[in-house]
Design a binder for this molecule. Structure first.
Ligand code: GDP
Length: 393
């Protein structure tokens, strides 16, 4: 499907940039309008692939290109104030060519955390196309303010979008890596998973295209209906054949080869579906109770078959308890692996989200205390940087 892809804040911009790198590498053509929005000049300058005209600096009059720190209320305010400038960048984009908007942001910081929900609300108001969010949760050890920001932003973002796809940095950290190296590997994970998911439905027409190919309406229908989504992914290398259609491998199999190949193909797909669903999800959760599910098998056409998808779907219906399980192929002639991607939409049993909600409620309780203290100390605070209280809400 075709996406207008908007990165808000530093993490959002970097992930969109990485998405463009992924597209260059794979030849995929999903992103119609890569846009980065930020309040920090230096972050916008650090981007490599998003065209300069599509980089929007907001909040200049208030923060002068220096960013908002971890103050997501300020992030939301400047986004609201500068919506016209963001809209001007979107106006240069052929919106009639896109199937959906995807707004990407790290939810623990300031600019993206505050601004992404504001932009999503605006887009929903202006356009008929669905507006999805991709929210990145901070690692737990980043500190209280990041968790608190994420908790508040999450609640707002999920309300404003047609679906919030979530990636939890906390579940994906690896020990012994610097932050920068860590983020690079994490961002690669993000774009691979979401690249295959959104790339489905873009298969070129031709005789290799089976009737069970996923189309963009299936992706949209799985996401539409709101809530929170998570994505599983697994891949397995396969023998590459130059014709992409498996002619040589079928010949090599002798007279009974085709049948055996078909069984192998079916088994490979069903096992990839299980691995994708039971392995590490972008947002770890219990998939039982997921409202809608979409399974995509991506790879060389000769390594895809309907039976594999059907078995995978059946298994997913049992695991999730839902009857709304869609599935199809994403033929990638010339690919040297088969990948299974499973999108679980409308998931409910998510420990990390419960934890964030708890933090937000506790913070809300504390707000009264904080306010009471503030009343007492109002005179001092007014003169001694009262704005520093803002992140405490
Ligand atoms: P903003 O610029 O004020 O929106 O804030 P950032 O985007 O820099 O940071 C928000 C949160 O995003 C941080 O707390 C991190 O958890 C996360 N983050 C920052 N950079 C990256 C990145 O490159 N990749 C990922 N996955 N997360 C990031």
């Amino acid at each position: 499907m075709k996406l207008a892809l908007i990165g808000f804040g530093q993490a959002g911009g970097k992930i969109v940039d990485k998405f463009l790198e992924y597209e260059q590498r794979t030849g995929q053509d999903v992103v119609r309008a890569p846009i980065a929005v930020n309040s920090a000049t230096v972050d916008l300058q650090g981007l490599e692939r998003i065209p300069e005209d599509n980089r929007v600096l907001i909040g200049q009059s208030r923060v002068k290109g220096h960013g908002v720190g971890a103050d997501n209320e300020l992030g939301a305010e400047i986004a609201e104030a500068d919506l016209d400038e963001i809209q001007a960048a979107i106006d240069r984009v052929p919106v009639h060519e896109v199937d959906a908007f995807l707004v990407v942001a790290g939810l623990g910081g300031g600019t993206g955390s505050g601004g992404a929900p504001v932009l999503a609300k605006h887009l929903k108001h202006v356009y008929e196309e669905p507006v999805f969010g991709l929210g990145v949760l901070p690692a737990a050890d980043e500190g209280g303010i990041y968790t608190l920001n994420a908790a508040r932003s999450f609640r707002t973002f999920v309300r404003e979008v047609d679906n919030l796809l979530v990636f939890d940095n906390d579940a994906w950290r690896s020990a012994g890596e610097s932050m920068a190296e860590g983020y690079d590997a994490i961002n690669e994970e993000i774009v691979t998973r979401f690249g295959v998911l959104f790339g489905a439905g873009e298969a070129a027409a031709g005789d290799q295209v089976a009737e069970s190919v996923v189309d963009s309406s299936e992706i949209i229908n799985t996401l539409d209906g709101g809530g929170v989504s998570t994505v599983g992914y697994a891949r397995e290398p396969v023998e590459r054949s130059d014709d992409g259609g498996g002619f040589l491998s079928r010949l090599g199999g002798g007279s009974g080869g085709s049948d055996r190949d078909a069984v192998d193909t079916t088994n490979r797909i069903t096992s990839l579906v299980r691995k994708a669903a039971l392995g590490r999800l972008t947002l770890p959760c219990d998939i039982d109770g997921a409202e809608r599910t979409l399974l995509v098998a991506a790879g060389p056409p000769n390594h895809l078959n309907r039976k594999g998808i059907e078995r995978g779907r059946k298994w997913l219906e049992e695991e999730t308890g839902s009857m709304e399980v869609r599935g199809g192929d994403y033929p990638l002639p010339g690919s040297d692996s088969v990948a299974g991607v499973v999108l679980f939409s409308g998931v409910h049993q998510v420990p990390r989200v419960k934890e964030l909600q708890k933090v937000a409620i506790e913070a809300q309780d504390n707000i009264e205390e904080i306010r009471a203290e503030s009343e007492d100390n109002l005179q001092n605070l007014v003169h001694e940087g009262a704005e520093e209280l803002a992140p405490l809400y």
